[in-house]
Design a protein around this ligand. Structure first.
Ligand SMILES: Cc1cc2nc3c(=O)[nH]c(=O)nc-3n(C[C@H](O)[C@H](O)[C@H](O)COP(=O)(O)OP(=O)(O)OC[C@H]3O[C@@H](n4cnc5c(N)ncnc54)[C@H](O)[C@@H]3O)c2cc1C
Length: 385
């Protein structure tokens, strides 16, 4: 672009959401600049790491199950375009709790969407997955055969490469410092300034800082998540040939525990708590979160006895949670040409192709085909404009 020209859209934040948004915009031939504060790749936000779980099962939140139909298709498209495997279909085992409707809701929803699944009672659960150990009346399980794991690090690089192949520009290591609204928006960075007809903000855990400056107060909470890998006592017991991705609701207090078979590091199974302490993303590791590892150790001793009860490796990542754990996909209340994608609450990765498509349409004056009424800002904002 010549100096002084106006981009059709500037996307801020090259995590999975910003990258898919920029890619979907560029596919329509529009001029696009993707700005990222850190040199790529980096491990400071929410989209790094080797795996994410993917599933159709979403309890009573059928709007996500509906979005997943398109998301699976778009992931397959990206696999074809990038000539690499990005998704391993292992199935997703979801263990319930007696008296909680989650499994019934999930089974009903999967049935309605003609997604293959199986309901397991406690005895069947024990017989099918003898490496798991639960009390006799756990409340059964559902296996969602559409589910599995995404090779997330590879997927993030793949979408950024496809975007570049289409002529999309990425400026990494260039932090956006100010967005000056207007019919033509001015975006100032630490290195320069750019103009655009529309801006999409996908700044992950930094959303509070950025949105507050634009007059929007959203109760977003950044949480540090410890990603723990545990060694198999007998190699191969938890390989994806015999063990699916799994999650257990209300496993530790009200929090979910999930696991990914030993696919990322040979002989190590990822088992994590879907919760962590609130943090400032600029100083993520300042806080002591050793209680998370201790709680997981206890869980593993009781329920996954085939793993050594000490993590072999731990890594860290950040969730950005909304109070209801639904996303925020909306226009700025005063400036239609500023679009916000935020609050992906620890479950956004699998939906990123669809989110990117929605945000791209919102930034280019089109109407998204999905129902986005669940994701409006005004369900909890106090705009002080
Ligand atoms: C441990 C862990 C496990 C997860 N498991 C799953 C799972 O199994 N399934 C699933 O679907 N989802 C999962 N998620 C959630 C999913 O990974 C996130 O929802 C998703 O990655 C959010 O992406 P994002 O693009 O919004 O944020 P990010 O990846 O954080 O991207 C935001 C980007 O914006 C940049 N940025 C911020 N401010 C600026 C600025 N001023 N200027 C320029 N750039 C800026 C940041 O540097 C960052 O790169 C998990 C998340 C974590 C942390």
């Amino acid at each position: 672009m010549a100096e002084g020209s106006v981009y059709d859209v500037i996307v801020v934040g090259a995590g999975i959401m910003g990258s898919f948004t920029a890619y979907n915009i560029r596919r329509t031939g529009k001029s696009t600049l993707l700005l990222e504060q850190f040199p790529l790749p980096h491990s400071r936000g929410s989209s790094h790491g080797q795996s994410r779980t993917i599933r159709s099962a979403y309890g009573s939140q059928e709007y996500y199950t509906k979005m997943m139909t398109k998301a699976f298709r778009m992931w397959r498209e990206l696999e074809d375009q990038s000539c690499q495997i990005l998704f391993r279909q292992t199935g997703l085992l979801c263990i319930g709790q007696k008296g909680v409707n989650y499994l019934d809701d999930t089974a009903d929803c999967l049935q309605r969407h003609k997604t293959p699944f199986r309901r397991l009672n406690d005895a069947e659960l024990r017989e099918t997955y003898p490496m798991l150990s639960y009390p006799p009346e756990i409340g059964g399980a559902v296996i969602d055969y559409s589910g599995g794991l995404l090779l997330s690090g590879r997927a993030l690089a793949a979408v950024q490469n496809q975007y570049r192949k289409l002529g999309g520009l990425i400026h990494d290591g260039e932090k956006m410092v100010e967005v000056i609204p207007g019919e033509v928006i001015m975006v100032k960075t630490e290195a320069g300034q750019y103009r655009a007809k529309a801006v999409v903000l996908c700044v992950g855990p930094w959303a509070n800082n950025v949105l507050t400056k634009l007059g929007i107060a959203v109760p977003l909470q950044a949480q540090k998540i410890r990603v723990c890998y545990w060694k198999e006592k007998t190699p191969g017991t938890f390989s994806s040939r015999q063990f699916p991705v799994f999650s257990q609701i209300n496993a530790i207090g009200p929090h979910l525990v999930y696991a990914v078979p030993s696919e990322e590091y040979p002989g190590l199974v990822k088992v994590c708590l879907h919760y962590g302490p609130s943090i400032d993303p600029n100083v993520r590791d300042k806080i002591d979160d050793s209680w998370v590892v201790e709680a997981l150790q206890k869980y593993i001793l009781e329920h996954i006895p085939g793993l050594e009860p000490f993590p072999a490796i731990t890594e860290s990542c950040i969730y950005t949670n909304t109070p209801d754990e639904d996303f925020i996909l909306d226009h700025h209340p005063s400036w239609e040409n500023i679009v916000i994608g935020a609050g992906f609450s620890g479950h956004g990765f699998k939906l990123a192709p669809v989110i990117g498509d929605i945000l791209a349409k919102m930034a280019t004056g089109q109407t998204p085909e999905q129902d986005i009424s669940f994701f409006r800002l005004n369900r909890f904002t106090k705009s002080h404009l």
